[in-house]
Design a protein around this ligand. Sequence first.
Ligand SMILES: O=C(O)CCC(=O)C(=O)O
Length: 256
Amino acid sequence: MHLTTTQIAQFQETGLLYLPSLLSQEMLAALQTALPEILARRGPEVIPEKDNPDSPRLVFGAHHYCEAFRKLSLSRRLLQPIQQLLAEDVYLHQSRINPKQGMGHGGSWDWHQDYPPWHTIDGMPEPRCIVAAVFIDACTAVNSPLLVVPGSHRQGLLDSRLHEDARGRGYALHHIDSSTLTRLADQHGIEALVGPAGSVAFVHCNLVHGSAPNVSPWRRAIAYLIYNAVGNACTRDDRPWYQNERNFAPLRPLGE
Ligand SMILES: O=C(O)CCC(=O)C(=O)O
């Protein structure tokens, strides 16, 4: 998968590049088959929903313990565009799955940027990091798609204060305050990332995003794979293996 100069320019402008149905059917089926076992895990890498302790909100590190997710993380379909967009070799800083279960079990996410905790806690020097949002399920208007403010990444770090409980629990984040969000949304609009399962959105790590609770009956799982430029490796190691990868060796794509 080779990006055109127009696609690269679009990413630089909007902080976003959406590629529908990027995964092969075979790869998607393997991820969907693997998901129930991953969601049934117990351990510190599984963060439950605050109001539904039986429902996982985030499961970190699946590429370490699940073959389908390991293959996904090394897939040429992800790695090649990421390397092009960052113009550098990359390693995987973190991966996490948000299953966003239906019937209100998948809770909301306040508006935030992803980069602040990686910078503040993990010591990531610069926002030269891209999140590949891989749609494990179809994302539609009704199952609480990810909402993004295109172009907001160009504002840089909007709030570098570390919030209480921001240490990777996924409840309290580096929230964007309402006047900043209103200003950005009035300027750039808000876009919902919708599309079929197997689609991938490449998202700049400073892009402002959030989501509503999923009140539909349908799960809306997205796997977030966070690729960092090798030359931008994190300098601190306070957090565990599933949140802060310490192996900075450049990733090489697997053959399919
Ligand atoms: O998947 C979602 O609904 C939001 C997840 C999110 O914002 C995040 O993981 O940073």
